[in-house]
Design a protein around this ligand. Structure first.
Ligand SMILES: Cc1cc2nc3c(=O)[nH]c(=O)nc-3n(C[C@H](O)[C@H](O)[C@H](O)COP(=O)(O)OP(=O)(O)OC[C@H]3O[C@@H](n4cnc5c(N)ncnc54)[C@H](O)[C@@H]3O)c2cc1C
Length: 382
């Protein structure tokens, strides 16, 4: 089989590039995936109760990027879905991101009104203020509110999620926890909030369904490909094409600069003999239990089932070969270490690193898709 492009990984990064190369460049692509399915971490499947579950944690699509929506709409129809999250604080479930409704749920009327008035006096309506910005506030009421949110909502959740003190994390992570100056209970404010009407796996199947694309599941990159000095050998023959790698970059290079740190999660699914378990898709538990949150999938994908499936997520350290690397951990040390891999990768002609693991970045799905489309643009120019 003659192959122009070898792509490692059938998540969004690999699938977008495979689809673009096959349809726009009319080149032959071989996609290798170590798992028994396509879709990467976005994979979903119907379980025994006929409920569509997200095997690697809840995936909610949201974006302001029309280009990404237009691209994906070639492969799926959509179903509107706006994500709502509650946090279990002092025995109550309050809306997250923290907003005026959350304040009213937690404080007496007078205190709540004072805090809301202060927020409106200092920040523009409908803006999002990162918790660390609010914490620097000199106003005593706002400082009180910031400390309250930091202690009750943010600190313990972040420590559970990342396994390190929040101060040690890059501000790009902490900035993801905003306080919303208004009453919008939606978790995201993006223009487009929707999910593929037949699920993500179906979308991936449509993307990869092309005569120029060959897919090998249950296949480990190293079982078919070897890197000797700066040359790839595919099925023991020198590979003249391009190799697009979307897995862990440290693993590709046999951890020569050390293992990069990732956070993993143990996903515990339970199917219960009741129609509904909770009144929101996701409830966060910052201060109780060792899991971070419970998600009930029926809120995302409607189902007539008399049962319901929930997922509890227990964050844990990533152990190579034992669990899944989910989130790169952004610390100064890790960034420097990743940079060594990045520089080394540039010395290997025909190697292109793409995606969340290979580029050691926190990509939401829309970021991953846009990034892959940009990489394709560059490829096309070469
Ligand atoms: C728990 C969790 C929840 C998330 N929730 C959201 C959300 O709500 N909204 C959102 O927009 N984004 C969400 N994301 C982000 C989303 O999952 C990513 O943006 C997307 O999966 C990135 O795609 P990717 O192709 O870069 O990586 P991946 O999906 O990780 O795909 C990489 C693929 O490469 C394969 N692979 C790796 N190494 C090898 C090898 N050596 N040989 C063969 N195959 C290999 C892997 O098995 C995997 O299938 C979430 C991520 C996680 C972890």
């Amino acid at each position: 089989m003659s192959i122009d492009y070898l792509i490692i990984g059938a998540g969004f990064s690999g699938a977008v590039l495979a689809e673009r190369i096959a349809t726009q460049l009319n080149k032959k692509v071989l996609v290798i995936e170590r798992r028994k399915h396509i879709g990467g971490n976005c994979y979903d499947e119907k379980n025994e109760a006929n409920i569509l579950i997200h095997k690697y944690g809840p995936h909610l699509f949201h974006t302001n990027n029309k280009k990404v929506i237009d691209y994906l709409s070639q492969f799926t129809k959509w179903q509107p879905y706006e994500h709502k999250v509650l946090a279990h604080i002092n025995g109550d479930n309050i809306p997250i991101p923290f907003n005026f409704n959350s304040i009213e749920a937690l404080f007496d009327t007078h205190k709540a009104q004072t805090l809301i008035n202060k927020l409106l006096a200092h920040y523009s309506k409908n803006s999002k203020i990162p918790i660390l910005t609010l914490k620097k506030s000199v106003d005593s009421d706002l400082k009180f509110l910031a400390d309250y949110i930091y202690d009750k909502v943010f600190r313990n959740y972040t420590a559970k999620q990342w396994g390190i003190h929040p101060d040690k994390l890059d501000t790009s992570v902490t900035a993801r926890v905003p306080v919303f100056i208004g009453r919008d209970n939606r978790y995201f404010n993006d223009t487009y909030q929707q999910i593929p009407n037949k699920g993500y796996t179906h979308l991936f199947k449509t993307m990869l369904n092309h005569p120029n694309i060959t897919l090998m599941l249950n296949t480990e990159y190293k079982d078919i490909c070897k890197l000797k000095k700066d040359t790839f050998y595919l099925f023991n023959k020198k590979f003249e094409g391009k190799l697009i790698y979307t897995g862990q970059v440290d693993e590709l290079f046999d951890f020569k600069f050390g293992k990069l740190s990732y956070r993993s999660t143990y996903m515990e699914f339970e199917t219960l003999n009741q129609k509904q378990y909770q009144n929101a898709t996701t409830i966060n538990y910052p201060n109780d239990y060792t899991f971070t949150r419970i998600t009930e999938f029926k809120h995302i994908h409607l189902s007539q089932s008399n049962q319901t499936t929930i997922l509890k997520e227990y964050p844990q350290m990533h152990i190579q070969g034992k669990n899944t690397p989910y989130y790169p951990i952004f610390t100064e040390k890790n960034k420097i270490q990743y940079n060594q891999y990045k520089i080394y990768a540039k010395t290997i002609p025909n190697l292109i690193l793409v995606g969340r693991l290979a580029e050691y970045q926190y990509f939401d799905m829309d970021d991953a898709i846009e990034n892959a489309l940009e990489k394709f643009k560059q490829l096309r120019k070469e």
